[in-house]
Design a protein around this ligand. Structure first.
Ligand code: G
Ligand code: MN
Length: 341
C-alpha cells in the first residue's frame, strides 16, 4: 500500500531540506528544516548516500528510496524546478524504476497512444496498469489491489513519463491520462499528490489528465465533484471516460467540470450504423459546445478513421493505432510518428 505522507523541498543555495509530514503520522519526526548531515543521522548509511546523490548532484527527476535507522521505508519523489532547487512528495511504499512492488502482483505501467484526427500525430497517451506475470488479467480483474497505491503509483509513473516525452522534439505539449476510481476520489491525499507532481515536475497546465467514469460519483456525488474540481484547480485536466455506456448520465456531464469526453468503445464499434452515427454526431457537437475535446476509444480498424473525422472527433485511441506499450517503446513510437506526420 502506498500513501502520500507529506511534502519536501530542497533549496540548493542553502543546502536545506524542508520536510512536512501529515500531523500525527508516525514519521512526523521528519518534520522540519534540515541540513543534509542532520537529516542523514535519521537514515541508514546507504540511504544517506542515495539522498545526497539525488539532491546535490541531482538531475531532472528525484525518486529516492530511503530507510530510517528504525527500519521504516519511504520514498522521496519529485523533480528539480531549476538547477539547484527541487520539490516533491513523500510516499510510504517501495517503488523501483519501472516495476512497482505493491501488495499482490508486480505492476508495470504501459502507455497507449492517443492520436489527433486532424494532424495524425500522437498528442498523448493513456497510462494503463499491467501485471506481466498474468497477461490475461486486466486491471478490472485486480480490483482487490485497486486502491490508492495503484492510483498513486500510476500518477507518479505517468508524470515521469511526461517529463521523458516532452524532452523529445515536437512533444512539448504531450499529455497523459490516468484512470481514477471512486475509491481514489475519496482519498484525502489525492489532491496533494497531484498538486505536488504538477509543481515538482513543472507539468504544463492540463498535461496531466485524470479519467473518471460516473462510477466515481456513485458513493458520494457531491464529494466526487468537489474533489474533481480541486484536482482541476491544481492544474490537472478531467476526462469523462466510457461516456455513452454503463454509468454515464447527462447529469454527471452537467455537474463535472470536465475538459474532455471519451466515447465508449462499444458505440465506436457501431459507428457505421446510421442511428449510432447520428448519436455520435450529436455527442461531438454537444462536447464542442461545452468546450470539450472528444476521443473515440477502442478503434481497432483504421478504415473508420475517415468517418470518425467526419463525425467531428478530435482524437482516436485503439489497437488499430497502437497497443499499450512500455515507456521505452512509447518514446520510440513518438519519434517514429513525428517522422511520419
Ligand atoms: O475503461 P478504459 O477505457 O480505461 O479501458 C481501457 C482498456 O481498453 C485497456 O485495458 C486497453 O488495453 C483496452 N483497449 C484499448 N484499445 C482497445 C481496442 O482497440 N480494442 C479493445 N478490445 N480493447 C482496447
Ligand atoms: Mn480509460
Amino acid at each position: 500500500m502506498s500513501e502520500t505522507i507529506g511534502e519536501w523541498s530542497w533549496v540548493g543555495e542553502s543546502q536545506r531540506l524542508d520536510v512536512t509530514v501529515s500531523k500525527g503520522h508516525e514519521l512526523a519526526s521528519l518534520n522540519g528544516r534540515w541540513g543534509l548531515p542532520d537529516f542523514g543521522r535519521l537514515l541508514d548509511g546507504l540511504s544517506v548516500r542515495r539522498l545526497s546523490r539525488s539532491l546535490v548532484q541531482g538531475s531532472d527527476s528525484v525518486t529516492c528510496e530511503l530507510r530510517l535507522a528504525g527500519g521504516h521505508h519511504f520514498q522521496m519523489i519529485g523533480a528539480f524546478t531549476d538547477n539547484a532547487n527541487a520539490q516533491g512528495v513523500l510516499v510510504e511504499q517501495s517503488l523501483s524504476d519501472d516495476v512497482v512492488d505493491g501488495p499482490g502482483p508486480v505492476l508495470v505501467p504501459v502507455f497507449q497512444p492517443i492520436l489527433s484526427l486532424t494532424t495524425g500525430r500522437v498528442v498523448g497517451f493513456e497510462a494503463l496498469a499491467r501485471w506481466p506475470e498474468d497477461e490475461e488479467k486486466t486491471s478490472n480483474q485486480h480490483q482487490g489491489f485497486e486502491d490508492q497505491a495503484l492510483a498513486s503509483n500510476m500518477l507518479i509513473h505517468a508524470s515521469e513519463a511526461l517529463t521523458t516525452w516532452r524532452a523529445l522534439p515536437g512533444c512539448e505539449s504531450i499529455f497523459v491520462q490516468v484512470n481514477l476510481t471512486s475509491r481514489d476520489l475519496v482519498d484525502d491525499t489525492l489532491v496533494d499528490l497531484v498538486s505536488a507532481l504538477i509543481s515538482g515536475h513543472q507539468l504544463g497546465a492540463g498535461t496531466l489528465r485524470l479519467e473518471l467514469t460516473e462510477q466515481a460519483a456513485l458513493r458520494d456525488a457531491e464529494r466526487a465533484v468537489e474533489v474533481a474540481t480541486a484536482l482541476r484547480d491544481a492544474g490537472a485536466a478531467l476526462v469523462l471516460d466510457d461516456f455513452g455506456s454503463g454509468h454515464s448520465s447527462f447529469l454527471w456531464l452537467a455537474n463535472l467540470p470536465a475538459d474532455s469526453l471519451k466515447i465508449d468503445a462499444d458505440l465506436i464499434a457501431q459507428v457505421e450504423t446510421p442511428r449510432v452515427k447520428t448519436i455520435l454526431e450529436a455527442l461531438t457537437l454537444l462536447a464542442r459546445r461545452l468546450g470539450m475535446h472528444t476521443t473515440a476509444e477502442g478503434v481497432e480498424d483504421v478504415e473508420v478513421l475517415g468517418v470518425l473525422r467526419e463525425i467531428g472527433f478530435d482524437y482516436v485511441q485503439g489497437f488499430g493505432l497502437g497497443h499499450p506499450m512500455t515507456l521505452a517503446s512509447s518514446a520510440a513510437f513518438l519519434k517514429e510518428h513525428a517522422k511520419n506526420a
